[in-house]
Design a protein around this ligand. Structure first.
Ligand code: 9MG
Length: 728
C-alpha cells in the first residue's frame, strides 16, 4: 500500500510513525513547550532522528474544550515553522489544520500533507488541497472540540464512522484528489466515549479493509487515563500499547508524541510477527529469520532432509508450473550437501536448476534477474564459521522474498518434497562461466571508463564466496593484486581472515606496501578496508568517504543512514559537511528501510555491511570497495587522507551476561548511572544500552573523546547493570 505525500512516496507495508509537534501555547499534553521556533525545530529534528517518518505541525489545539484560534494567529504560529522544517528536514512535514487559508499557506511553504480533523468539511477546504500533490488525512469527529466530549452518542459507532469516512473519500476523489493521496482516521477521542473508542480500535480491521491507509491517533489520549487512572504526563506505556494494537489491527500510520518508544514497539511487534502480516494480524515465522533459514549443520533445520523439503516447498510456491532457479553458495564443506539436496528437491518438483557454485550473495541477487530465473537460492551463513550454514531465497528481481511468499513456503514445510513423473522433472546445469556477467556488472559501477591501473591492492576474500570473482574483477581493471584468503578448503571460511578478522589484511598491506586492502566476509556482502599504512578503515569511515565524495559530485540524495551503534565521529563529521544523518536500529534491513523511507542512497554499519543504493539494491562488499577506489583514483588521495576528515571516537562495548533479559535502562539505579555518565560526556559522547536479540546479554556501549574515561564509564555502567539484573 503506497501513499503519495508531496514528493515523497511511502511504502506502507511497514507502519510509520507521525511525530506530533504542537506549536501552541495550550495543547493538552505539551502546550507551550515548542511554541518558540528554535524549540520547535530542535524537537522536530529529535523526532526525525528517533524514526518519525512525518512531522505533524499544529497551531490550534484540538483538545476537548479548546477555544478556536483566529486564522492570522494560526498562520503566525505555523508557517515559519513549516518553512524552516520543509527546507531543512529530511522527512515530510504535515500541517494539522481545519482552515483553508492555513492549508494553502502551508502547501506554499513546503508542507507535504494536510491533517484535517474536520475531514475537509470547511467551505473551500477541498479546493485548497485539490490542485496540489499533498497527502490528506480525513478524520472523523462528532461535534466540535469545544463541546465534543459532552455525552457523545452513536447508534452503531463503526458504521457511522466508516460511512462518514467513505463519504469524505468519495467527495475528495470527485474533486480530483487521487485515492493514493488519502488517509482516513476514525478520530479516537473526538466526540467518543470510552466504549466507542474501544469498539473502533477492535474493529479497525473493518475500516482498513476499505483499502485507504488508516491513521490512528491514540497518544496520551484520555481513554488511557480512563483505563489506567494515569494523568497526561504519565501515559507512555498506554500510548505505546495502543499504538501497537492499532498497527496489529491494520493502522499504517501512528500519530505519537513519544516517537522513539513508539518506533521501538512497532519494530518489535513487526519482528515478533516475522515482519509479516496475514490479514491484519501479525504471524510468527517458524524457520525464516531476517536472513532466511540458519543454524548449526546437522541440527534441525540445517539437515539434508529439511533442505530437500525446503526446496520442494519453495518450488511449489515460487515456480508451481515449473520454471528456473539459480543456486549459489559460499565455500563451506556443507555447501556440497545442501546444494545437492536443493538440486534434488527442485528437479523433483519440475524446476530447472542453474548451479552457479561459489559466488557472493549479491552476485546471485544480480544473476537471478540477469539470467531470467523465477527465483534464486543462496547457501551461506555469511560471516559465521564453517560449521554453520543457511539457505535464503531471492525473488525474480533479486530482492528479498515478500513476506507472504515466505509464509506460503512455511505452510508447505510439513509436507514431503513432491516428485513429479519422470517426463516432468527439471534439469540441472552448471553455469560457472556466467559469473563473468556479474564481474562485468561490478566493473560497470566505476564511473565512466575508469581503470584501476597504478593501484596495488591486497584482496582478502575470507576463503569465502568471492574468492574467484573479486581478484578477477580487480585484475581485469588493471590493479596489481595481492590475494589472501583466496584458498578455501571447506573449513577455513572466515578463519583468521576477511572482514571479521582484518589483522592479516592490515599486516599484508603494510608488508607488501600496497595502496589499500579490501577485506570481504564469507558471502561477500561486508567490507572492511585497510589504508596504505595498514590501518583498518571500517564501515563508518567508508560511509564518510563515500558521502563526502558524492556530496562534492552533487550525487548525494537524502540522509546518510547508520545505526544506533554507528560511531559518533561519523555523525559529527557528516554534520560538519551539512549532511543529515539518521540512526536506524541495528541490522541491515532497518538501515534499508530507513533509507527507503527517506529517499537516501548511502547507509550501513561499522561492521562493513554498506548500501550504495545508487549502484546496487543489496549490500555488496566488492562494489562498495570499487566506489571507494574510484574516489581514491579521481582525487589522487590515499585512503588515509580521505578518511582523515572523520575522527573515530573511542568506543568501549561490554557485554553483560544476565540471568534473563530485562529493560536495564529503565531500572532507576541504572538510569541514574547513565544520566551521570551522559552529563560527564556532554555533547561529545554517547551511551547506548541494548539487549541482545538472541542471547541473555545487555550490551553496554560508551563512546567519547578520551579512551580512558570511556573505559571507566563503561565499566561503571556494566557494574550498574549487573547489580540491577534480576535473579534467574
Ligand atoms: C490533530 N490531532 C489530534 N489528535 C488527532 C488524531 O487522533 N488524529 C489526527 N489525524 N489528528 C489529530
Amino acid at each position: 500500500m503506497r501513499l503519495q505525500c508531496g514528493r515523497h512516496l511511502f511504502d506502507l507495508d511497514a507502519p510509520i510513525v507521525m511525530g506530533i509537534l504542537n506549536v501552541t501555547p495550550d495543547s493538552f499534553s505539551d502546550g507551550g513547550r515548542y511554541a518558540g521556533l528554535p524549540e520547535a525545530l530542535a524537537q522536530a529534528e529529535r523526532m526525525a532522528g528517533e524514526g518519525a517518518a512525518i512531522i505533524d505541525v499544529g497551531g490550534e489545539s484540538t483538545r476537548p474544550g479548546a477555544a478556536p484560534v483566529a486564522v492570522d494567529e494560526e498562520l503566525r504560529r505555523v508557517i515559519p515553522v513549516v518553512e524552516r522544517l520543509a527546507g531543512s528536514l529530511v522527512v515530510p512535514v504535515s500541517v494539522d489544520t481545519r482552515k483553508p487559508a492555513v492549508m494553502r499557506a502551508a502547501i506554499a511553504a513546503g508542507a507535504s500533507m494536510i491533517n484535517d480533523v474536520a475531514a475537509l468539511r470547511e467551505p473551500g477546504a477541498i479546493d485548497a488541497v485539490a490542485d496540489s500533490d499533498v497527502a490528506v488525512c480525513l478524520m472523523h469527529m462528532q461535534g466540535e472540540p469545544r463541546t465534543m466530549q459532552q455525552l457523545p452518542r452513536y447508534g452503531d459507532v463503526l458504521s457511522e464512522v466508516r460511512g462518514f469516512l467513505r463519504d469524505r473519500v468519495a467527495r475528495c476523489v470527485e474533486a480530483g484528489i487521487a485515492r493514493s493521496r488519502l488517509v482516513v482516521d476514525p478520530g479516537f477521542g473526538f466526540g467518543k466515549a470510552l466504549e466507542h473508542n474501544l469498539e473502533l480500535l477492535r474493529r479497525l480491521p473493518e475500516i482498513a479493509a476499505d483499502g485507504i491507509p488508516v491513521l490512528a491517533g491514540l497518544s496520551r489520549k484520555s481513554l488511557i487515563g480512563q483505563l489506567t487512572r494515569r494523568d497526561n504526563g504519565d501515559r507512555l506505556a498506554g500510548s505505546v500499547a495502543l499504538a501497537t494494537i492499532a498497527v496489529q489491527n491494520g493502522a499504517r500510520i501512528v500519530r505519537a508524541h513519544d516517537v522513539g518508544p513508539t518506533v521501538d514497539a512497532l519494530r518489535i511487534a513487526m519482528a515478533a510477527g516475522g515482519g509479516r502480516r496475514t490479514g491484519t494480524i501479525a504471524m510468527t515465522s517458524r524457520y525464516f529469520g531476517t536472513d532466511g533459514v540458519r543454524g548449526r549443520v546437522g541440527t534441525h533445520p540445517m539437515t539434508v532432509e529439511f533442505a530437500l523439503r525446503l526446496a520442494g516447498a519453495a518450488a511449489r510456491v515460487l515456480a508451481p508450473d515449473g520454471g528456473r532457479v539459480l543456486v549459489g553458495k559460499d565455500t563451506r564443506l556443507s555447501g556440497y550437501m545442501f546444494e545437492a539436496a536443493l538440486e534434488a528437491g527442485f528437479v523433483a518438483a519440475g524446476v530447472d536448476v542453474l548451479l552457479a557454485g561459489p559466488l557472493p550473495t549479491p552476485g546471485i541477487a544480480y544473476l537471478v534477474q540477469r539470467l531470467d530465473c523465477d527465483f534464486g537460492a543462496v547457501i551461506s551463513a555469511s560471516h559465521n564459521l564453517f560449521d554453520d550454514n543457511g539457505i535464503k531465497f531471492f525473488d525474480r528481481s533479486g530482492g528479498k522474498l515478500a513476506d507472504d511468499l515466505e509464509e506460503a513456503i512455511e505452510s508447505h514445510l510439513d509436507e514431503p518434497a513432491p516428485t513429479r513423473e519422470s517426463a516432468a522433472l527439471g534439469r540441472a546445469t552448471r553455469v560457472d562461466s556466467e559469473r563473468a556477467l556479474y564481474q562485468s556488472f561490478c566493473a560497470s559501477t566505476l564511473p565512466g571508463d575508469m581503470r584501476l591501473g597504478g593501484l596495488k591492492l591486497v584482496i582478502d576474500c575470507a576463503n569465502g564466496a568471492a574468492y574467484k570473482v573479486a581478484p578477477r574483477v580487480l585484475a581485469d581493471l588493471d590493479a596489481e593484486i595481492v590475494p589472501i584468503g583466496c584458498s578455501p578448503n571447506g573449513r577455513n571460511i572466515n578463519v583468521g581472515c576477511g572482514s571479521t578478522s582484518p589483522e592479516l589484511l592490515k599486516l599484508t598491506v603494510a608488508g607488501v606496501r600496497a595502496d589499500a586492502g579490501i577485506g570481504l566476509d564469507g558471502d561477500g556482502d561486508r567490507l572492511v578496508m585497510a589504508d596504505h599504512l595498514g590501518r583498518a578503515v571500517d564501515g563508518d569511515q567508508l560511509l564518510y568517504v563515500l558521502a563526502k565524495a558524492r556530496l562534492a559530485a552533487g550525487d548525494l540524495k537524502g540522509p546518510v543512514v547508520g545505526t544506533v551503534m554507528s560511531n559518533l565521529g561519523l555523525e559529527i563529521a557528516l554534520k560538519d559537511l551539512g549532511v543529515p544523518f539518521l540512526r536506524a536500529a541495528v541490522g541491515d534491513r532497518h538501515v534499508l528501510q530507513l533509507l527507503r523511507t527517506h529517499g537516501g542512497v548511502l547507509g550501513g554499519e561499522a561492521s562493513g555491511h554498506l548500501l550504495c543504493l545508487d549502484k546496487t539494491t543489496t549490500g555488496d562488499g566488492l562494489i562498495v570497495a570499487l566506489q571507494v577506489l574510484a574516489v581514491m583514483k579521481s582525487t589522487g588521495k590515499t585512503l588515509a587522507e580521505l578518511a582523515a576528515g572523520m575522527q573515530r571516537f573511542p568506543q568501549q562495548l561490554i557485554n553483560v551476561r544476565v540471568a534473563r533479559r530485562f529493560d536495564a535502562a529503565r531500572e532507576p539505579s541504572v538510569a541514574a548511572a547513565i544520566a551521570k555518565v551522559e552529563k560527564s560526556l556532554g555533547e561529545r559522547g554517547r551511551v547506548v544500552l541494548r539487549a541482545s536479540g538472541t542471547e541473555p546479554l545487555i550490551r553496554v556501549m560508551v563512546e567519547g573523546e578520551d579512551a580512558q574515561a570511556v573505559g571507566r564509564h563503561a565499566a561503571t555502567l556494566a557494574e550498574a547493570v549487573r547489580a540491577a539484573a534480576p535473579a534467574a
